[in-house]
Design a protein around this ligand. Sequence first.
Ligand code: ZN
Ligand code: ZN
Length: 178
Amino acid sequence: VGLVHGTYIIAENEDGMYIIDQHAAAERINYEKYLKKMGTHDDHMMDLLIPLKIELSPQDFLVLKEKMQKLIDLNFEVEEFGINTVLVRSHPYWLPEQSLEEAIRKIIDIVISEREFDPYKFTEKVAITLACKMSIKANDHMELVAMEDLLERLRNTDNPFTCPHGRPTIIAYSKYEL
Ligand code: ZN
Ligand code: ZN
Protein backbone atom coordinates (compact mmCIF):
# COMPACT_ATOMS: atom_id res chain seq x y z
CA VAL A 1 0.00 0.00 0.00
CA GLY A 2 2.78 2.45 0.86
CA LEU A 3 5.46 3.60 3.22
CA VAL A 4 5.02 5.26 6.63
CA HIS A 5 7.71 7.49 8.17
CA GLY A 6 10.02 6.45 5.31
CA THR A 7 10.62 3.25 7.28
CA TYR A 8 7.58 0.98 7.58
CA ILE A 9 5.98 -0.72 4.60
CA ILE A 10 2.22 -1.16 4.87
CA ALA A 11 0.88 -4.17 2.96
CA GLU A 12 -2.49 -5.85 2.71
CA ASN A 13 -4.07 -9.08 1.52
CA GLU A 14 -7.45 -10.81 1.96
CA ASP A 15 -6.55 -11.80 5.53
CA GLY A 16 -5.48 -8.50 6.95
CA MET A 17 -2.79 -5.85 7.14
CA TYR A 18 0.97 -6.02 7.63
CA ILE A 19 3.58 -3.57 8.86
CA ILE A 20 7.07 -4.46 7.67
CA ASP A 21 10.24 -2.78 8.91
CA GLN A 22 12.21 -2.12 5.70
CA HIS A 23 15.65 -2.25 7.35
CA ALA A 24 14.93 -5.43 9.34
CA ALA A 25 13.49 -7.11 6.21
CA ALA A 26 16.43 -6.12 3.99
CA GLU A 27 18.83 -7.22 6.72
CA ARG A 28 17.27 -10.69 6.85
CA ILE A 29 17.54 -11.05 3.05
CA ASN A 30 21.16 -9.87 2.94
CA TYR A 31 22.15 -11.92 5.98
CA GLU A 32 21.00 -15.17 4.40
CA LYS A 33 22.67 -14.17 1.13
CA TYR A 34 26.07 -13.56 2.79
CA LEU A 35 25.79 -16.65 4.97
CA LYS A 36 25.19 -18.79 1.87
CA LYS A 37 28.01 -17.19 -0.11
CA MET A 38 30.45 -17.57 2.77
CA GLY A 39 29.45 -21.20 3.19
CA THR A 40 30.11 -22.22 -0.42
CA HIS A 41 33.90 -22.61 0.04
CA ASP A 42 34.36 -20.95 -3.28
CA ASP A 43 37.94 -19.68 -3.15
CA HIS A 44 37.41 -17.17 -5.92
CA MET A 45 39.21 -13.93 -5.03
CA MET A 46 39.03 -10.38 -6.33
CA ASP A 47 42.17 -8.29 -6.63
CA LEU A 48 42.03 -4.74 -5.37
CA LEU A 49 43.02 -2.23 -8.02
CA ILE A 50 45.09 -0.47 -5.38
CA PRO A 51 46.09 -2.56 -2.36
CA LEU A 52 44.47 -1.30 0.81
CA LYS A 53 46.72 -0.19 3.67
CA ILE A 54 45.17 -0.62 7.08
CA GLU A 55 46.87 0.95 10.05
CA LEU A 56 46.06 -0.46 13.45
CA SER A 57 46.86 0.37 17.03
CA PRO A 58 50.03 -1.47 18.22
CA GLN A 59 47.84 -3.69 20.39
CA ASP A 60 45.40 -4.61 17.61
CA PHE A 61 48.29 -5.20 15.23
CA LEU A 62 49.81 -7.78 17.60
CA VAL A 63 46.47 -9.55 17.93
CA LEU A 64 45.88 -9.55 14.18
CA LYS A 65 49.39 -10.88 13.45
CA GLU A 66 48.50 -13.97 15.48
CA LYS A 67 45.20 -14.38 13.65
CA MET A 68 46.27 -13.55 10.10
CA GLN A 69 45.48 -17.12 9.01
CA LYS A 70 41.77 -16.50 9.73
CA LEU A 71 41.76 -13.80 7.07
CA ILE A 72 43.66 -16.01 4.65
CA ASP A 73 41.14 -18.82 5.28
CA LEU A 74 38.40 -16.37 4.31
CA ASN A 75 40.22 -15.76 0.98
CA PHE A 76 41.93 -12.53 1.80
CA GLU A 77 45.41 -11.95 0.48
CA VAL A 78 46.93 -9.98 3.31
CA GLU A 79 50.42 -9.35 4.62
CA GLU A 80 52.32 -7.30 7.18
CA PHE A 81 53.37 -3.97 5.82
CA GLY A 82 55.61 -1.92 8.05
CA ILE A 83 54.80 -0.60 11.49
CA ASN A 84 51.36 -1.58 12.78
CA THR A 85 50.06 -1.83 9.24
CA VAL A 86 48.70 -4.62 7.07
CA LEU A 87 48.28 -4.60 3.33
CA VAL A 88 45.21 -6.20 1.74
CA ARG A 89 45.76 -7.17 -1.90
CA SER A 90 42.73 -9.39 -2.61
CA HIS A 91 39.42 -10.12 -0.97
CA PRO A 92 36.78 -12.85 -1.20
CA TYR A 93 34.46 -12.37 -4.18
CA TRP A 94 31.32 -12.09 -2.07
CA LEU A 95 32.25 -8.78 -0.46
CA PRO A 96 30.00 -5.93 -1.58
CA GLU A 97 31.60 -3.69 -4.23
CA GLN A 98 30.09 -0.59 -2.64
CA SER A 99 31.67 0.23 0.74
CA LEU A 100 34.35 -2.35 0.07
CA GLU A 101 36.92 -0.69 2.27
CA GLU A 102 34.49 -0.35 5.13
CA ALA A 103 33.48 -4.00 4.81
CA ILE A 104 37.14 -5.11 4.91
CA ARG A 105 37.77 -2.98 7.99
CA LYS A 106 34.70 -4.41 9.71
CA ILE A 107 35.85 -7.98 9.07
CA ILE A 108 39.31 -7.17 10.42
CA ASP A 109 37.69 -5.66 13.53
CA ILE A 110 35.70 -8.84 14.04
CA VAL A 111 38.83 -11.01 13.64
CA ILE A 112 40.63 -8.87 16.24
CA SER A 113 37.78 -8.82 18.75
CA GLU A 114 36.81 -12.50 18.53
CA ARG A 115 38.30 -14.22 21.60
CA GLU A 116 37.54 -17.88 21.25
CA PHE A 117 37.47 -18.55 17.59
CA ASP A 118 34.36 -20.43 16.59
CA PRO A 119 34.16 -20.59 12.78
CA TYR A 120 30.36 -20.79 12.77
CA LYS A 121 29.92 -17.82 15.10
CA PHE A 122 32.53 -15.89 13.18
CA THR A 123 30.78 -16.44 9.84
CA GLU A 124 27.49 -15.48 11.42
CA LYS A 125 28.93 -12.29 12.90
CA VAL A 126 30.50 -11.23 9.60
CA ALA A 127 27.22 -11.93 7.76
CA ILE A 128 25.18 -9.91 10.30
CA THR A 129 27.60 -6.98 10.19
CA LEU A 130 27.69 -6.86 6.39
CA ALA A 131 23.93 -7.33 6.13
CA CYS A 132 23.27 -4.41 8.48
CA LYS A 133 25.74 -2.23 6.61
CA MET A 134 24.37 -3.09 3.16
CA SER A 135 20.67 -2.81 3.93
CA ILE A 136 18.39 0.11 3.28
CA LYS A 137 18.16 2.34 6.36
CA ALA A 138 15.21 3.99 8.03
CA ASN A 139 14.20 7.19 6.23
CA ASP A 140 15.57 5.96 2.89
CA HIS A 141 12.57 6.39 0.66
CA MET A 142 11.54 3.30 -1.33
CA GLU A 143 9.41 3.23 -4.45
CA LEU A 144 6.43 0.88 -4.57
CA VAL A 145 8.17 -1.56 -6.98
CA ALA A 146 11.19 -1.72 -4.68
CA MET A 147 8.89 -2.48 -1.74
CA GLU A 148 7.17 -5.25 -3.71
CA ASP A 149 10.55 -6.69 -4.64
CA LEU A 150 11.70 -6.56 -1.00
CA LEU A 151 8.58 -8.40 0.18
CA GLU A 152 8.99 -11.03 -2.54
CA ARG A 153 12.59 -11.64 -1.49
CA LEU A 154 11.66 -11.66 2.21
CA ARG A 155 9.01 -14.29 1.47
CA ASN A 156 11.72 -16.52 0.00
CA THR A 157 14.09 -16.39 2.99
CA ASP A 158 14.47 -19.30 5.41
CA ASN A 159 13.21 -17.20 8.32
CA PRO A 160 11.24 -14.17 7.17
CA PHE A 161 9.97 -13.25 10.64
CA THR A 162 13.02 -11.72 12.32
CA CYS A 163 16.15 -9.82 11.37
CA PRO A 164 19.45 -11.58 12.22
CA HIS A 165 19.56 -9.65 15.52
CA GLY A 166 16.22 -11.20 16.43
CA ARG A 167 14.01 -8.16 15.93
CA PRO A 168 10.66 -8.73 14.24
CA THR A 169 10.39 -7.89 10.53
CA ILE A 170 6.59 -8.13 10.29
CA ILE A 171 3.65 -7.19 12.47
CA ALA A 172 0.40 -8.72 11.24
CA TYR A 173 -3.16 -7.64 11.99
CA SER A 174 -6.06 -9.86 10.98
CA LYS A 175 -9.20 -8.24 9.63
CA TYR A 176 -10.86 -9.21 12.88
CA GLU A 177 -8.21 -7.47 14.98
CA LEU A 178 -8.45 -4.38 12.83
ZN1 ZN B 1 20.81 -3.19 11.17
ZN1 ZN C 1 18.79 -6.23 12.86
